[in-house]
Design a protein around this ligand. Structure first.
Ligand code: ADP
Length: 178
């Protein structure tokens, strides 16, 4: 029996964008099982809590078609990436690569992870040119300012973004009214 290929796609997913979805879809062609690791990432002070980010990823993945027979699990993690990869038996770490701006950080990370566990290979995928420029950070900024974001995220995620910013605007208004 051939060994199943397990891939780990880690990220913050704050929130999941069409760029992430494109990478997930491409990665299903490479692995039999994919773990999407949602980083707790307290340092980045995510807009959405871990449960919300995981739920959004699960919903979007649940609606994806043609996963090439790949099974996908969405799990949280806070440990060192290579330790988490070992824990879930992943031989491949999947990362998406956008413009040159991603390269330096990713280059360093691959080097360090390779020292920590040379058995784990990092694979970089590029999203389709329609989605390559999408970054969660900019999507949040546009939504915060009331701009349209459905070109970058699903309608469901867009709804969550507007809800979140509506809530914060209202609470800051009521806080200011005291
Ligand atoms: P992280 O905090 O690890 O950067 P992100 O959720 O921002 O988490 O991104 C997770 C992974 O998805 C990273 O490898 C990132 O480069 C990749 N990614 C995010 N957006 C895109 C996109 N539009 N096209 C290609 N890759 C992307």
């Amino acid at each position: 029996m051939t060994q199943k290929r397990v891939g780990l796609y880690p990220g913050t997913f704050d929130p999941i964008t069409k760029g992430h979805i494109d990478i997930i879809h491409r990665a299903t062609r490479l692995v039999d099982r994919m773990v999407i690791g949602v980083a707790i990432n307290r340092d980045k002070a995510p807009l959405f809590g871990l449960d919300d980010r995981m739920e959004m990823v699960r919903t979007e993945v649940g609606l994806m078609e043609d996963l090439h027979g790949c099974t996908i699990d969405v799990l949280p993690f806070e440990s060192l990436l290579v330790h988490f990869a070992e824990e879930v038996d992943a031989g491949i770490i999947i990362r998406g690569l956008r413009a040159v701006s991603d390269f330096e950080y990713e280059f360093q990370m691959v080097g360090m992870n390779d020292r920590l566990n040379p058995e784990i290979e990092t694979v970089f995928l590029m999203a389709s040119d329609r989605y390559q420029f999408i970054a969660s950070k900019l999507v949040k900024e546009i939504a915060r300012l009331g701009g349209p974001v459905t070109e970058f995220v699903s309608a469901r995620v867009a709804e969550r973004l507007y809800e979140r910013f509506e809530g914060s605007t209202q609470s800051s208004i009521s806080a200011g009214a005291d």
